[in-house]
Design a protein around this ligand. Structure first.
Ligand SMILES: [Cu+2]
Length: 351
């Protein structure tokens, strides 16, 4: 399919003369946002935006309120947000826990916005890949199987030997299509880390979806909380090295369409990772509240009580707070462009 050279700013501004996939993308890009109708005026299409502006309902969405078919994708951001993969464990001869996972890289078409499919590369068929979770001091074994038509690796953040670093030319290096390797190291240090493919061109191998969160719990654990993982990402659907869509956990507006339910006064803990390609920074902003922020999750004391953090690619941190009042509270990137192209959602606190 021939794709018109359409920039995301042109997408935002609106353009009637485009054909093919670009026009399809255009119809799905939101022209409304929760705060008013400025975007409508900017688009030059008057009030012709249907559901996006209907009744100023406080809802941002795709045109005609269409949604992505999560079942067809094989994953749902509402499940991913609370899905932690503890793998399987057994005891080594010295009694130490050995924790194991298998990650398979696949080429897979994913509907990243209603009617917009993207030729993704994905670990275990989902973006982000599984949120790998373990305890400090365990021995970890990750079997990597390359079921993709391209060479890939898994590069983990954290402490390990050079041979286990998952980069080209060192240790097993690039894993060819059909190949496999085992990455093995100790779970150190406790904190919030991540993993991603490290094959060149790096922007393509990350931008196509090969990444996930990697959590090492402290030996004594953390206080009980309603825990979630949010991997901030985006998709360059017209290959101009700029993103057309932004999200936490892949699908734009997913948590606007269906807010994340949380309990009043309960501790909420969000493991936040930024893996966004093509943009220098990303951010997380919470409405009606402030959170304790633990950079990289490695310290016992928060660095800050705030309502906004910014992260460059690969940066991550743990956020903790409680909602003292009922209601719907927005969270989103505080770059307005990212917000309007999908990276926003709601927490809903029932009475
Ligand atoms: Cu790769």
């Amino acid at each position: 399919m021939v794709v018109a050279p359409l920039s995301r700013r042109e997408l935002l501004a609106g353009s009637a003369a485009l054909g093919g996939a670009a026009a399809l993308a255009h119809t799905t890009v939101p022209h409304g946002h929760p705060w008013g109708s400025e975007a409508s005026a900017a688009s030059g299409e008057g009030g012709n935006h249907g559901a996006a502006h209907a009744g100023s309902s406080g809802h941002a969405d795709f045109r005609d309120a269409r949604t992505v078919d999560h079942a067809r994708n094989g994953f749902d951001p509402h499940e991913i947000v609370r899905d932690f993969d503890w793998g399987t464990t057994r005891r080594g001869t010295n009694g130490r826990v050995i924790r194991e996972w298998e990650l398979v890289a696949v080429d897979k078409e994913i509907e990243v916005a209603p009617g917009v499919t993207f030729a993704a590369w994905a670990y275990n068929g989902r973006i982000p890949g599984p949120t790998l979770r373990c305890r400090e001091g365990e021995r970890l074994r990750i079997t990597f199987v390359n079921g993709s038509a391209h060479p890939h690796t898994i590069h983990f953040h954290g402490l390990h030997t050079a041979a286990m670093d998952g980069v080209p030319g060192i240790g097993a290096g690039e894993i060819a299509p059909g190949g496999r390797t085992v990455y093995e190291f100790d779970a150190l240090p406790a904190g919030l880390h991540l993993y991603h493919c490290h094959v060149r061109p790096l922007a393509e191998h990350i931008g196509k979806g090969l990444y996930g969160a990697f959590i090492i719990d402290p030996k004594d654990g953390r206080p009980d909380a309603d825990e979630m993982v949010m991997v901030m990402n985006g998709f360059d659907t017209n290959f101009d090295r700029a993103n057309e869509f932004y999200a936490a956990n892949t699908i734009p507006f997913a948590y606007m369409n269906t807010p994340i339910q949380v309990k009043r006064d309960e501790l909420v803990r969000v493991y936040l990772v930024n893996i966004l390609e093509y943009d220098l920074i990303n951010s997380f902003h919470l409405h009606g509240n402030l959170f304790d922020y633990y950079p990289t999750g490695t310290g016992e004391k928060p660095s800050e009580l705030t309502d906004t953090v910014m992260l460059c690619q690969g940066q991550r941190g743990i956020l903790e707070w409680r909602f003292p009042y009922e209601g719907k509270y927005m969270f989103h990137a505080h770059q307005s462009e990212f917000t309007e192209l999908g990276w926003q959602g709601f927490f809903e606190v029932p009475a």
